[in-house]
Design a protein around this ligand. Structure first.
Ligand code: BES
Ligand code: ZN
Ligand code: MG
Length: 481
């Protein structure tokens, strides 16, 4: 949904709709329509609108020279940028803005004094107005309002919201795309478009990865007709400092391989590239915002299929690091992709820190549902920075422990390690596996299996792909305190 800023109220006509975000005390409500203030006050009273957070009341503007409709949205009196954004997301749910004419959005009360309140309002409208309906017939697609303008929104705040939203939208689109469209080569092609924003792009195919010894990653894609890809995105606009590296799991479809998944729900595994999508979306937002920082994005793109050539349970592969892995379960493939992507990133760039994002385990859904991503790290400073970014962005994280004991669960009969750790603590043993490849580099792993894709509308948008992680990574890169 396209949001614009509006310096002053337009001459009112029949296709205007007024959306007023306000709290319990409504000191400024009287001024919204200039001279016609009593009218808006009266409408609020008639709608029995009390401004409570989470409430929404709509009422026709009737006569008095104000045709159209007014919608009141409650944000409470102690609203901050987060609750304003949330109210804005909520206001776009359902049919309210469907086929609306020119919509004018007003932040009433003294809420406009809150830092970035208008920017949060604009971003919320964009996030909530997201739809993925390109495969529906025209008549069934969401029609945004003719115009949607936020009164008092500055151009700078609008641009900031737009840059962030474009990254989140990209991540959501990638996650929502079906696997017959978004194949590893197609994903690489879409990521390559970031070159238009000044991001330096490199795409490695199977031959180049084989030369580097990336047999763990390549083993996962071995049963697929589609070529595995490693995409490297470089944004080096921060001077001499070592870059921050983001690494994403990009399993474009996860059947489980020979350790095949049950039929029921397998279609959801189109979202198994949510980590790669978050990394790509973050790089997009960082470049669009022209952040002065050094950031590397690396995504491993594969398809995990059963086939005559597919990897078998019990196969032993040698990772790029030289460590050998016994593949006891071909469905624990994300860590096999990530371990080589991490080694590549570490060797090539000596980053100051590595953050990997992956839809890695079903077990993280058992622990945290859709509310938090699992956070695993070898570095308390990095965790503190991530917690700050998480607080700022609303992309929630919850830290889990890593210990020797958990690590020892990865013992293998024949190789340096197995790719699974037994029945219990599945999210932790997955993280322990990754830790074996990071060495001394400060590292954090985010298990986003529960947060990348949800089946109900949520605080940041409609059901489906959430774009989780884009904002977290952008705020981390921006180093917001
Ligand atoms: N892609 C899945 C994890 C997943 C599950 C993501 C549910 C999103 C929703 C991953 O590749 C996987 O299959 N993990 C296995 C690991 C097990 C074999 C150790 C799992 O979680 O069952
Ligand atoms: Zn997977
Ligand atoms: Mg799997």
């Amino acid at each position: 949904m396209n949001v614009t800023s509006l310096p002053m109220l337009p001459d009112w006509n029949h296709d205007h709709m007024l959306v007023v975000f306000t709290g319990l005390e409504r000191p400024d409500l009287a001024n919204i329509l200039g001279g016609r203030h009593e009218h808006v006050e009266r409408l609020a009273a008639r709608a029995k609108f009390d401004g409570k957070s989470g409430t929404m009341k709509s009422i026709p503007l009737l006569d008095d020279g104000f045709p159209g409709e007014v919608v009141f949205v409650g944000v409470g009196n102690d609203a901050d940028h987060k609750s304003i954004e949330k109210a804005a997301v909520k206001s776009t749910a359902g049919d309210m803005l469907k086929k609306a004419g020119n919509v004018v959005v007003v932040l009433a009360n003294d809420l406009s004094d809150k830092p970035n309140a208008h920017g949060a309002l604009a971003l919320g409208l964009m996030l909530g107005g997201y739809r993925f309906d390109i495969y529906r017939k025209e008549a069934d697609r969401f029609t945004p309002p003719k115009s949607l303008s936020v009164l008092g929104l500055t151009t700078a705040d609008l641009q900031k919201a737009e840059a962030l939203y474009a990254g989140i939208k990209l991540a959501r689109d990638l996650v929502n795309e079906p696997a017959n469209i978004l194949t590893p080569p197609e994903f690489a092609k879409r990521a390559s478009k970031l070159a238009d924003l000044g991001v330096d792009i490199e795409v490695l195919g199977e031959k180049q990865m084989a030369d580097l010894g990336m047999s763990a990653l390549l083993g996962v894609g071995q049963g697929s007709e589609l070529e595995s890809q490693l995409v490297v995105m470089k944004w080096l606009k921060g001077g001499e400092e070592a870059p921050l590296a983001f690494v994403g799991k990009g399993v474009c479809f996860d059947t489980g391989g020979i350790s095949i998944k049950p039929a029921s729900g397998m279609e959801e595994m189109t979202m198994d590239m949510g980590g790669a999508a978050a990394v790509t979306g973050a790089m997009h937002a960082i470049a669009t915002s022209d952040l002065a920082c050094n950031v590397i994005g690396v995504i491993g793109l594969v398809e995990n299929m059963p086939d005559g050539r597919a990897q078998r349970p019990g196969d032993v592969v040698t990772s790029m690091s030289g460590q050998t892995i016994e593949v006891l379960n071909t469905d624990a493939e994300g860590r096999l992709v990530l371990c080589d992507a991490i080694t590549f990133t570490k060797d090539r760039f000596q980053p100051s820190a590595i953050i990997d994002l992956a839809t890695l385990t079903g077990a993280i859904l058992v622990s945290l549902g859709h509310e938090y991503a699992g956070l695993f790290s070898n570095n308390d400073d990095l965790v503190a920075r991530l917690n700050t970014a998480s607080e700022q962005s609303g992309d929630r994280v919850w830290r889990f422990p890593l210990t020797e004991k958990f690590d020892s669960m990865l013992r293998s009969r024949v190789a340096d390690m197995a790719n699974i750790g037994g029945r219990w603590a599945g999210s932790i043993t997955a993280a322990q596996f990754l830790q074996r490849f990071v060495g001394d580099t400060p590292w954090a792993h985010l298990d986003i299996a529960g947060t990348a894709y949800v089946k109900e509308p949520h605080d940041q948008g409609p059901k489906g792909a959430t774009g989780y992680g884009v904002r977290l990574l952008v705020d981390l890169a921006a180093g917001k305190k």
